[in-house]
Write a protein that binds this ligand. Structure first.
Ligand SMILES: NC(=O)c1cnc(OC2CCCC2)nc1N
Length: 333
């Protein structure tokens, strides 16, 4: 096969494999069998083997990088990664709601309620639709470059997959949470028990320990998941009136976004808080509350932020549960 044909076939295979990866890991509804997926992957690996110049950063063969790094490089965030102020009960949330209504002189605020994933905050940068860099939150201004490790998270697309008619933005800086599902955490600890390794105390520690491995091959062996929930307004992005519309936009780019609901005013949030506290144990991942955000973009901008926390969002936490008896084990490199 001449280089031109090989190049065309490699591009087709990258697109097809990215699509099947999205169907399997993001939509949880594959269109092909694992065997068919593996056959396509092997064909691409052979093509790249014969023509190494065909390898591109977004090739699915490049998910698990090369050798381990010596240390994590620092990354200064384009825009600070804010941290959420907490509220613990109805009275504190009503104060939050009242402050917003007063400041915005509106009678009722529409909020978006998102499960508060108990994982690790990360930021991803896509340039021309290609995943280029990922970092931890760090101190909110400077984080650690964990790109090689994030590439191994199967539900993280190495290239954006815009639905028909949706344009790929030149630059997208998107924030989210890396976590481990309850079922995957249980299996991970069972495996560690068999191998005589110390157990992880909880999925959050396991996710943090896995993402901060210097060797991407170690991270690739860990069952990490990811959901995205915010993005930074950079040039070339369409503008939306609400946070809900922005989350829907992320979905149209093939990014995994968690379930979120609009709640009208104090009563709407109260109902959602009760429902999500009841439904907490039925979720496939651990949550420690609900993130309640103002939905209207203009109102958010008017409210701004105080120190490192937005005035337009809070973490509405659940009461702590009985401590797990597992010994806390923090993984060392
Ligand atoms: N743990 C979560 O699930 C979560 C965390 N953070 C945010 O929003 C950030 C973006 C700006 C203020 C906080 N949303 C979430 N759902």
């Amino acid at each position: 096969m001449d280089l031109k044909t090989a190049e065309k076939r490699a591009r087709e295979l990258r697109q097809e494999l990215a699509h099947h990866n999205y169907r399997y890991y993001v939509l949880d509804s594959p269109e092909v069998s694992d065997a068919q997926y593996d056959r396509l992957m092997r064909e691409l690996q052979e093509l790249e083997g014969q023509h190494p110049q065909l390898v591109t950063p977004d090739s699915p063969t490049q998910r698990v990088g090369g050798e381990a790094a010596q240390k994590f490089e620092k990354v200064v965030h384009r825009a600070p990664m804010l941290s959420l102020a907490n509220v613990f009960n109805d009275e504190e949330f009503s104060d939050f709601d009242e402050r917003i209504r007063k400041q915005a002189s509106v009678s009722e605020v529409t909020y978006v309620c998102e499960p508060k994933l108990d994982g690790l905050a990360i930021t991803l940068r896509y340039e021309g639709g290609i995943f280029m860099q990922g970092a931890t939150r760090g101190d909110g201004t400077t984080g650690e470059d964990v790109t090689a490790n994030l590439r191994t998270v199967r539900s993280l697309p190495l290239q954006l997959l815009p639905q028909d008619g949706v344009k790929v933005p030149p630059l997208l800086e998107v924030r989210g949470e890396v976590f481990i599902r309850k079922e995957d955490f249980k299996k991970l600890n069972e495996k560690r028990e068999e191998e005589g390794e110390p157990l992880f105390a909880n999925p959050r520690n396991a996710a943090a320990g896995s993402l901060r491995q210097l060797d991407p091959k170690m991270t690739a062996a860990r069952p990490l998941s990811i959901y995205l929930y915010e993005y930074v307004a950079t040039e070339g992005l369409p503008s939306f009136k609400t946070h809900t519309d922005k989350l829907e936009y992320l979905k149209t780019l093939g990014l995994p976004v968690n379930r979120h609901v609009r709640a009208k005013g104090l009563d709407g949030v109260r109902k959602e808080y009760e429902a999500s506290q009841k439904g907490r144990h039925a979720l496939p991942f651990e949550v420690d509350g609900m993130v309640v955000k103002v939905d209207d973009e203009d109102l958010r901008l008017r409210l701004g932020q105080v120190s490192k926390s937005p005035r337009w969002a809070v973490a509405y936490k659940f009461p702590p549960e009985e401590e797990s008896t597992l010994v806390e084990s923090i993984e060392v490199q």
